[in-house]
Design a protein around this ligand. Sequence first.
Ligand SMILES: [Cu+2]
Length: 595
Amino acid sequence: MTEARDLTRRAGLLRLAGAESRRVGGGRVHGGRHGDVVVKHSAKSPCENTPTSRHCWGNFSTDTNYYDVTPDTGVTKEFWLSVVEGPCAPDGYQRTCMTFNGTIPGPTIIADWGDEVIIHVTNNMANNGTSIHWHGLRMLNNALNDGVPGVTQCGIAPNENMTYRFRVTQYGSTWYHSHFSLQYAEGLFGGMILRGPTTDDYDEDLGLLFLQDWPHVEAFAGWHQAKFGRPPPVDNGLINGTNTFDCRGLAPTDPKCVGSGKKFEMVFEAGKKYLIRLVNVAIDGVFQFSIDGHTLKVVAHDLVPVVPYTTDSVEITIGQRYDVIVEANAPRGNYWVRPGWLLGCGAINKNTDDITGIVRYDPSSTADPESTSTVTPEKVVPTCLGEPVGKTVPYLALDVTNIGGGVINEILDTTFDSYFKWTINTSSLLLDWADPTMGQIFEGKSLFPTDYNVVGVNASSGTDPEWAVLVIQDMSSLRLAHPIHMHGHDFWVLAEQEGIFDGNTTVFNTVNPSRRDVATLPGNGYLAIAFQFDNPGAWLVHCHIAWHASQGLSLEFVESQAQIEVDSVSRAVFDETCASWKNFKPVWEQDDSGI
Ligand SMILES: [Cu+2]
């Protein structure tokens, strides 16, 4: 048993994430639901993952269809996470945080493609429930471990624990976070590195780089403004949970500004190629990331390897990840790392120019970089969409075929009903943490409360899973972009367009389109995403802007209800969690959608 190691700790150097070359033994292959087994390398000559053969992974590689095939490592990795609340000052300004094990970010969960993972979560907060989501993991036939309170489980009551179990069927970079109301915005998140092959070569894995916006007012306090459509300004931004903040701009008597923040730093050795795993964990911000004097080679987004491309910056919306390879080929010196807060995409940030980190070629240097950026920021009125969908071509090419599940049209709009809410087909999501959708399914119900925003979908027949297309059309006229995240599936981005979808599906790009788990609905436009009916369960689809999720911008698919299977261990955990939640007398009334 291994405890999660804390590799992306605040204020220190970004340390090696442990993803060194590793050979996977020639184990058995679990066929997926589709049964096709693709093994490119014979068991007799496994291909070793080394700095010059990163596409290899033992008997598997970047050519393996990971939707159908999962390596059987025979390894189970076990982790313990404690959810705590307490004082913090990640940028030198004191406030209250919610964290895993006391750090922002929480411990990094590191596993290999194919491992079984068991995570014990204990809620050590005094008055709040919680529930932890493993972002981007398909949770194949495993909805009960998806961590959405009111959908796949009840809240975890204070002093209770819940054990999550899942198989790692994908590889790459992701994060885990509380899905309980606004908790992740208070610092309750951590990283996941799922080791596997890569579409281009690198020498060292530097691990995760979290880009974050950081208000000095707790999110639950900010909510009282945000719920009326005016989120409070953000005070700062953090890289891997750290940054400086200049107290001189504040009243000299502000005792909370203790000025102890540090810049994030990492060290490059000239000539080496580094893998860096970018994650946007913001509440309300879009970043255009760059490192002065260096180019970025994008090799994966979300948990999908892409055909490598080189760029001077990467635009990344909330919940998205980009794996980039950076070659240390600049003249020796110090360089600014720039998350690149995009003005006009989210709330106002008061510290835009000073959200930075540092790359040093000489670790003994303490000087500030004198580098300048040559990146052209996205235009004055940015689209806030993230990297253009046409740029990110999945390495494992998969087309969308057989759209037998049809086109599901959903209209995004707003309403004012005690506070500002987003609606999907006129209904704003409102969940009851004590009455999850999965529990209603266990009771045999097929009609769900209106404000659970359930869309029932069923594969009609045949062995080849059908596809459906979800089209979300923004009719709110507010011209805000929304990063849409889907649980339980990767999706194929068929269209991401301004204007009105007129029902003409010939505009859809179905030939190996961008495939991922977060894509952006353009303001006053529409997003069309395809997914396959291959994972019976209850799966949330929601905007990842924390305020908008709280304001109900979400629906849930109940997919192939009659085929939903749960294992007995997970079902027992589900029942115990709900039983202890129902015994808990909430101190705080729920006053948002619940997610
Ligand atoms: Cu939104």
